[in-house]
Design a protein around this ligand. Structure first.
Ligand SMILES: NC(=O)c1ccc[n+]([C@@H]2O[C@H](COP(=O)([O-])OP(=O)(O)OC[C@H]3O[C@@H](n4cnc5c(N)ncnc54)[C@H](O)[C@@H]3O)[C@@H](O)[C@H]2O)c1
Length: 319
């Protein structure tokens, strides 16, 4: 039976894909260097998954990971705007050279399709909202540039080398298993952790900046559809909900769900962060048959319940 490889499978999004594929009875391999990924993210499927501790930049490790594999979900990346601003070199080599290495080896080893995790950050400060794929990208950070390189490389591998690829431009994904702890943690797990531990919430800028916060289940379904599509090959499609909520909306909703009045402190805005981001998802609807099923409030309720369960079981150490 043809196996699936999830690069970055020990990370937030990758581990959701792994659990779903295992649940469907698929043979699954993971390639991860555990730079941000965790073994505990794969605890529930340990024993059902072959985990290769390795780097997408290494030809030998990628070759080992691809052996027997027909389908690849490429999630591995250094995934943070501020991290890329602090260290553009690691972002560039992991995301760009790593993707080139993976695509090159995939073609050599007869992989049928690679679905690439792209990013809404490629739009940067280009005019036009909601974001539609025909807009000219205007990245604001080395991270955003690396995600644009990944998807263009995917396109080139489809058109020029004949390897099927599809890129999904993710819009602010959130859900269980997202890391709340790193200095570069995403806003939703960071806020939930602050509330659970009685700390003030730190907001960069006014909090009026808005995002199309997208619950993880929608992203998993978009990935599975992208692996099947006949029309979307060689394309990049937005994956979001088509909604727009500000950081202040987010704090209000979390406060309601968690039954607290969160204390908020403000820091100056962060470089590389666009003011607004909202997806037009018509292309993903048309080419992939994608439609989001879990929206902002329900997604937040599920996420809060998951983090609260971990916190109750093990206190702050559980988060
Ligand atoms: N979370 C979001 O909102 C979001 C938005 C847009 C795009 N993305 C993209 O989705 C993908 C997954 O992101 P995530 O949020 O799950 O982040 P994550 O940090 O939880 O997962 C990334 C995984 O890749 C692994 N990794 C990093 N560099 C590697 C390398 N060189 N070789 C092998 N493994 C490596 C990490 O250890 C980690 O397990 C990334 O490509 C990211 O750029 C995420």
């Amino acid at each position: 039976m043809s196996a699936y490889l999830v690069t970055g499978g020990a990370g937030f999004i990758g581990s959701h894909l792994v659990r779903t594929l295992v649940g469907q009875g698929k043979t699954v391999k993971v390639l991860d260097n555990f730079s941000t990924g965790k073994e505990s993210n794969l605890e529930s499927v340990s024993g059902s998954v072959e985990v290769i501790r390795g780097d997408v930049r290494s030809s030998e490790e990628v070759e080992r990971a691809l052996s027997g594999v027909s389908y690849v979900f490429h999630q591995a990346a250094v995934g943070s705007v501020p991290r890329s601003i602090a260290d553009p070199f690691d972002t560039q080599t992991a995301n760009v050279n790593g993707t080139l290495n993976l695509l090159w080896k995939s073609r050599e080893m007869g992989v049928r399709r690679v679905v690439i995790a792209g990013s809404s950050s490629v739009y940067g400060d280009t005019p036009g909202m909601p974001r539609v794929e025909t807009l000219i990208p205007s990245p604001l950070s080395p991270y955003a540039l690396s995600k644009l390189s990944q998807e263009l490389m995917g396109k080139i591998f489809t058109k020029t080398y004949g390897l099927e690829t599809v890129t999904l431009r993710y819009f602010n994904i959130f859900g269980p298993y997202q890391d709340p702890n790193s200095e570069y943690a995403a806003v939703i797990p960071r806020f939930i952790k602050a509330i659970l531990t009685g700390q003030p919430i730190t907001v960069y800028g006014s909090g009026e900046q808005s995002r199309d916060f997208t619950f993880i289940d929608n992203v998993v379904s978009a990935n599975l559809l992208a692996m099947e599509t006949t029309q979307g090959v060689g394309e990049a499609c937005n994956v979001g909900c088509g909604d727009s909520y500000s950081i202040l909306d987010l704090i209000r909703t979390l406060s309601e769900i968690m039954g607290v009045r969160a204390e908020v402190s403000h820091l100056p805005p962060r470089a590389g962060d666009p003011m607004a981001s909202q997806a037009d998802i018509s292309k993903a609807r048309a080419l992939l048959g994608y439609s989001p099923k879990v929206f902002f409030r329900e997604g937040l309720e599920q996420t809060v319940a998951w983090f609260t369960g971990k916190f109750r079981a093990a206190g702050q150490n559980g988060l």
